[in-house]
Design a protein around this ligand. Structure first.
Ligand code: ADP
Ligand code: ASP
Ligand code: MG
Length: 407
């Protein structure tokens, strides 16, 4: 007998028929004699709707109230799935974050899980009852509901699997597994049988939303046996495993893109120590994450220019902060672009094989795609380009790095 955590995403619970199908998948596991905890997301589209209502009623809203609103979608799906299970003779109950409890830190809207109390749940699981757990939510130190950031149900599932020392954590979604790139924009994307934690971590943080970044980090830290597979078919999925378990290492394992980027350029800054520290210090103090940064200065008294990229949702605040410091920072022009996308190639083998940057830049140049900003790390190269070229860039790079499978 095994203890299994299953997680079903928004599309998988996107209607009553789909919820009934999820119930029968869960029953397959209980029929096999396994203990099952199921983590579910809100129905597809629900969280987006809730987020936009919260934004529309007050753009500078209280993050605690935002959490109260956006956590509600999961409350509906856990109740529905518990009833669907009961209807087919499976003992089940729903659990909200605060009932378990899943304790988080105080950062409402992007909270981290600190602990999960599994005592009560273990007893129920041992008695044969299925636990249907609301993903994406926990309880903050102030006693109020906290949410884990978009896509956070993946992290709920992995954290629960770690806390329960589960034998497996199966993430059921609307694609068959992890692909070499997003199969929705590149028809030649290939499903990977396995991917290393390190590569999955990079892919996720660079935009591959099939797993939330934090869920991968947590699975890696706690050695959770993690698998991504389809809710709609029995096709084998993708295992996320330690690097040494990957037999054949390809040069590049995948291409990711992140469309929600913005670019800021500050021109004519004083070319002297402390300038960059003043700008980025101010942004950091306001919890604004900056990603790629380039600075250029001729050293001939012309001043310095700084360009950086960041999440689009923070752009308005960042511009306001920089503008407010115009006198202190002494620059002469500030501009921003919202229509930019970050494209990244990821692969462990990049560490030992030169030429990846050359192939990437040449491929983009051949398609007439201009690179606005570049950043690299040991296992990835990212570039910022105009959003209109996203699909062309992803598909061309996918072909150039020999990743294409069947159409
Ligand atoms: P869920 O609601 O099940 O959590 P998500 O929409 O969050 O599903 O994540 C699944 C989606 O991730 C897929 O539909 C796919 O478009 C996208 N995706 C992006 N990159 C990849 C990739 N490399 N492999 C698989 N899916 C990807
Ligand atoms: N419902 C939440 C979201 O859409 C959490 C999740 O689906 O993982 O972000
Ligand atoms: Mg998701």
């Amino acid at each position: 007998m095994a203890l299994i955590v299953q997680k079903f995403g928004g599309t998988s619970v996107g209607g009553l028929d789909r919820i009934r199908k999820v119930a029968s998948r869960v029953k397959q596991e209980t029929d096999a004699g396994n203990q099952v905890a199921v983590v579910v997301s809100a129905m597809a589209g629900t969280t987006n709707q809730l987020v936009s209502w919260a934004r529309d009623i007050g753009p500078m809203h209280d993050a605690r109230e935002y959490d109260t609103i956006v956590a509600s979608g999961e409350q509906v799906t856990v109740g529905l799935l518990a009833i669907a299970l009961q209807n087919i003779g499976v003992d089940a109950r729903s659990w909200l974050g605060w009932q378990i409890p899943v304790r988080t830190d105080e950062v409402h809207g992007a909270a981290r899980i600190e602990s999960i109390d599994t005592e009560l749940m273990r007893a129920r699981l041992a008695s044969g009852q299925v636990a249907v757990v609301a993903g994406f939510q926990g309880i903050a130190p102030d006693g109020r509901i906290a949410t884990l950031g978009r896509g956070g149900s993946d992290t709920s599932a992995v954290a629960l699997a770690a806390a329960l020392s589960a034998d497996r954590c199966d993430i059921y979604t609307d694609v068959d597994g992890v692909y070499t790139t997003d199969p929705r924009i590149a028809p030649k994307a290939r499903k990977l049988d396995a991917i290393s934690f390190e590569e999955m971590l990079e892919m996720a943080s660079l935009g591959a939303k099939v797993l939330q970044t934090r869920s991968v980090a947590m699975a890696m830290r706690h050695n959770v046996k993690l698998q991504v597979r389809s809710s709609f078919s029995d096709a084998p999925g993708t295992l996320v495993v330690n690097e040494d378990a990957i037999v054949e290492q390809e040069k590049i394992s995948g291409i990711a893109y992140s469309p929600d980027e913005a670019k800021v350029t500050i021109e004519g800054l004083p070319d002297e120590p402390g300038t960059a520290a003043a700008i980025f210090g101010e942004l950091a103090a306001n919890h604004i994450n900056v990603d790629m940064i380039v600075q250029s200065a001729t050293g001939e008294g012309q001043g310095a220019d700084i360009t950086f990229s960041m999440g689009r949702s923070d752009l308005a605040r960042a511009m306001e902060l920089i503008n407010a410091s115009k006198d202190r920072l002494a620059f002469y022009n500030l501009s921003a672009a919202e229509n930019v996308t970050k494209i990244s190639v990821v692969g462990m083998a990049m560490r030992s094989q030169p030429g990846v940057a050359k192939t990437m830049f040449e491929t983009l140049a051949e398609r007439g795609i201009n690179i606005e900003v570049i950043s690299t790390s040991e296992i990835k190269i990212s570039v910022l380009i105009a959003s209109e070229y996203t699909e062309l860039a992803v598909r061309s790079l996918h072909t150039a790095f020999g990743l294409d499978g069947e159409d």
